[in-house]
Design a protein around this ligand. Structure first.
Ligand code: SAM
Ligand code: SF4
Length: 332
């Protein structure tokens, strides 16, 4: 008999797991990492591939069917294709995806595809070299574009472009990025800037909102209409160009929180389980595993963590407290 699903006290069923495989990164986006003196977890504290696969298999036995590999920058993790091969071989996983900044995709798009990966989200905020440098503090735009070409050539099914929407900065990038996505068969996704940066730069006035971007694209490219039958549990609101030019997604975590439909849990690279991106508490999977726990004990920790999940983040209230971990150390 199948195990009962992972359900929290608000009745939300959890079938979506995000696993961070490293907190390291080869670029330094200002809304995520500090520029210098980044504190990385020691290598011995990072889960190895056996531990990750074991945890994923336990989670799958409790109803997880969607898995996203993330980081830090997952492609800097040595032998990542070997991990992907292991995860792709788990038959219950219906959807395996990876989020990357694309810098190492020229070399890794093909090996990852051969290992069984079919879905990619590539982080790209701008097509302007100067602004790319300003945002990421690295001069790697050319490599990301080459990586996207490589991914397209290899045959990935659905490539999405993740762009962080920061006010008074990326406005000139919105339309060129959306056009580039349309021309290449990619789906642009705009993510409202969230209070998860390492330097506490966030404030509400720095969020370029989904509504503002929708207005811009509708005016400059073609009217955008909501997709009629969206997946109610997906974080992105999906829109379609009225001229048939494809889709655009919006992750409006700040202006239109979607906590009521949340189905996601996260495992950090150092083996901590989090029920929310913004959670202020976490449970220690790694300590349990390394103490020799049986699968049932890990399953029980998973159930308890989900059962204790809060109703949602409180970005829009005075009582909001940013989590102590910035984005790169949680896994976006
Ligand atoms: N390094 C990979 C990348 O950049 O795609 C994977 C990890 S990154 C933390 C995952 C996603 O988080 C990125 O696509 C980026 O767009 C998003 N992100 C990072 N910091 C953010 C912030 N403060 N607000 C909103 N999105 C953010
Ligand atoms: Fe690295 Fe991704 Fe964070 Fe940018 S958003 S610094 S690419 S982990």
């Amino acid at each position: 008999m199948a195990a009962p699903p992972l359900v929290d006290s608000f009745g939300r069923i959890h079938d979506n797991l995000r696993v961070s495989v490293t907190d390291r990164c080869n670029i330094r986006c200002f809304y995520c990492m500090p520029e210098t003196n980044v504190q990385f977890v020691r290598r011995a504290e990072i889960l190895d591939f056996e531990e990750i696969e074991r945890f994923v298999r336990v989670a799958v036995s409790l109803g997880i069917t969607k898995l996203r590999v993330t980081g830090g920058e997952p492609l800097v993790r040595r032998d990542l294709p070997a991990l992907i091969r292991r995860l792709a071989a788990i038959p219950e996983i219906q959807d395996l995806a990876l989020t990357t900044n694309g810098v190492l995709l020229p070399e890794l798009a093909a090996p990852l595809y051969e290992a069984g990966l079919r879905r990619l989200n590539v982080h790209l905020d701008t097509l302007d070299r100067e602004r790319f440098l300003r945002i990421t503090r690295r001069d790697d735009l050319g490599r990301v574009l080459l990586g996207l070409e490589a991914a397209k050539r290899v045959g990935y099914a659905r490539i999405k472009l993740n762009a962080v929407a920061v006010k008074d900065l990326v406005e000139p990038d919105i339309v060129p990025l959306a056009r580039y996505a349309r021309e290449n068969g990619f789906e642009a996704r705009f993510i409202e800037f969230m209070p998860l940066d390492a330097q506490n730069l966030w404030d509400r006035s720095k969020v370029l909102t989904a509504d503002e971007i929708i207005a811009m694209l509708s005016r400059e490219i073609a009217p955008l209409v909501p997709v009629p039958d969206p997946d109610p549990r997906a974080p992105a609101s999906e829109y379609e160009y009225a001229d048939g030019g494809g889709r655009v997604g919006f992750i409006a975590s700040v202006t239109k929180p979607f906590c009521g439909n949340c189905n996601r849990i996260r495992l950090t690279a150092d083996g901590k389980l989090r029920y929310c991106l913004f959670a202020l508490e976490e449970t220690d999977v790694k300590a349990l595993m390394r103490a020799g726990a049986a699968d049932e004990e890990i399953a029980s920790l998973l159930r308890r963590t989900v059962a204790g999940k809060w109703e949602g983040h409180a970005i829009n209230s005075a009582k909001f407290v940013a989590p102590p971990r910035p984005m790169y150390s949680i896994g976006g």
